[in-house]
Design a protein around this ligand. Structure first.
Ligand SMILES: NC(=O)c1ccc[n+]([C@@H]2O[C@H](COP(=O)([O-])OP(=O)(O)OC[C@H]3O[C@@H](n4cnc5c(N)ncnc54)[C@H](O)[C@@H]3O)[C@@H](O)[C@H]2O)c1
Length: 429
């Protein structure tokens, strides 16, 4: 059944938490440069991908569904450092100065609003551009005001809030996260042990009818309380953790082993990276959040309970080491011990010399544009179809996450088809 999709009229405000970070500035520069014709949006599904229609015609996704044009985006956001987006991008050193200069004026105009921050949630960070709030509830109120002010000042019809800020420390689900009433109570009582700053951003976004995207592995919006709130407010939420490099490879290789019924008994993954993200993750409490996200991937693909002979005993280890000389140019190594016919062992080595933010930027943009589309199509709560972009896809207690990249890709196309009332083409015809 065809869904009613509101047109993408007017301007879309994209408010980025961590707007001075490497991923955020790389996404912003690339978007601004693309709309000026100075660069190509390589890696972006919304800008470049096509899909086959019922009549076998191949169409660009942006011609299949009404996405917001890059020209209509206005960027803003929050950061704990006051630098404008040009200064921040220079600091991040992901992109060359010549690529920044093409959009320098626009970048200089993007000045972060003071952040909702708590040092206990990211101990390696010491920023000064921070809100003063007596309670978490007050933090929320200030963020809501920021969203309203930004919308009015920039004449935006809609806003999406994207978390591209540092990974917060690991916390498990607790009673305060189990219902909206309990969450609001904990915010009002200023329970800073269980209410993270990211939860304040998410709550504020949902309250202001803005879809919220979680690009880090933080618990944040992945709680029954937030699922309840997003459904109550009819707002889409998505996450967690951009699936950019090593995990992307994992979710392609693991389905291949399984499809060919090859066994796996060990998967060792290690990384070195030297950007600020790496520095934050050097703290064991922050690393734990990332580790849980990275480890969750292969079990659900392998289904060891169904195939105990092949995957009943996989030793899976993930390491991230902070190594400043590499900056944003992460190097990832995977050693995979597999076995084949009659149990004979084999090894696969993957060495991915990637650029973290170059891989993450288009994912961030696509999540924003698809979240805005989902909102206009009346979809709310967890956007399972956006699992394609996430390392640790959000899911409720009744469902299993889907990690296989190709199944996730089918989910994207199926959702878009459902939106416009199309059937899948007959690939054998
Ligand atoms: N680059 C990738 O490939 C990738 C992949 C998956 C997830 N991520 C996640 O995306 C996030 C951003 O990565 P990055 O490389 O841009 O890191 P970064 O350190 O360059 O940027 C993070 C920014 O967030 C700011 N910040 C921290 N806490 C904040 C708060 N409470 N409010 C506002 N701003 C805050 C920091 O000052 C910094 O400018 C990290 O959580 C990272 O783990 C990145």
């Amino acid at each position: 059944m065809k869904q009613e999709i509101k047109p993408a009229t007017g301007r879309l405000g994209v408010l980025v938490v961590g707007v001075g970070g490497a991923v955020a500035t790389t996404m912003i520069v690339g978007t601004l440069a693309s709309r000026k014709g100075l660069a190509k949006p390589i890696g972006s599904i919304t800008q470049l991908a096509t899909m086959r229609m019922e009549n076998n015609e191949e169409k660009l996704i942006k011609d299949v569904v009404p996405l917001t044009n890059l020209e209509d985006i206005v960027f803003g956001g929050w950061d704990i450092f006051p630098d404008n987006a040009y200064e921040a991008a220079m600091y991040a050193e992901v992109l060359k100065e010549k690529d920044l200069n093409g959009v320098k004026e626009e970048l200089e105009a993007i000045k972060p609003m003071p952040a909702a921050f708590d040092h206990n949630w990211a101990k390696r960070l010491n920023g000064t551009h921070i809100k003063k709030a007596a309670t978490r509830w007050e933090m929320v109120e200030q963020l809501r005001q920021d969203i309203r002010d930004f919308k009015a000042a920039n004449n935006c019809e809609r806003v999406v809030v994207l978390w591209a800020a540092s990974t917060e420390i690991y916390i498990p689900l607790s009673d305060e996260h189990m219902s909206l009433a309990a969450l609001e109570k904990a915010m009002k009582e200023n329970n800073t042990e269980v209410i993270s700053p990211s939860m304040c951003y998410a709550y504020a976004a949902i309250a202001e009818d803005a879809p919220f995207v979680m690009g880090a592995p933080n618990l944040c919006v992945d709680t029954p309380a937030m699922w309840e709130f997003s459904k109550q407010k009819n707002v889409p939420i998505s996450g967690k953790d951009f699936k950019s490099g090593q995990t992307l490879m994992k979710t392609v290789l693991a389905p291949m082993f399984k499809t060919r019924m090859l066994g796996v008994n060990g998967w060792f993954s290690t990384n070195i990276l030297g950007n600020r993200d790496g520095e934050v993750l050097d703290d064991p409490d922050n690393f734990k959040t990332k580790e849980v996200s990275k480890l969750s991937v292969i079990d659900t693909i392998f289904e060891p309970e169904k195939y105990p002979d092949l995957y009943g005993d996989v030793y899976h280890k993930v390491r991230i080491n902070y190594y400043p000389p590499r900056k944003d140019n992460k190097e990832a190594w995977d050693n995979i011990d597999i076995f084949g016919w009659m149990g004979y062992p084999m090894e696969i080595k993957v060495n991915f010399l990637c650029r973290d933010s170059i891989l993450a930027a288009p994912i961030a943009l696509d999540l924003v544009l698809f979240s805005d589309l989902a909102m206009r199509a009346g979809m709310c709560g967890i956007q399972t179809w956006l699992s394609f972009f996430c390392k640790s896809p959000m899911h409720d207690f009744e469902h299993q996450p889907e990690h296989d990249l190709f199944t996730q890709w089918r989910m994207v196309k199926q959702t878009l088809r459902n939106m416009i009332g199309e059937k899948e083409p007959d690939y054998l015809a």
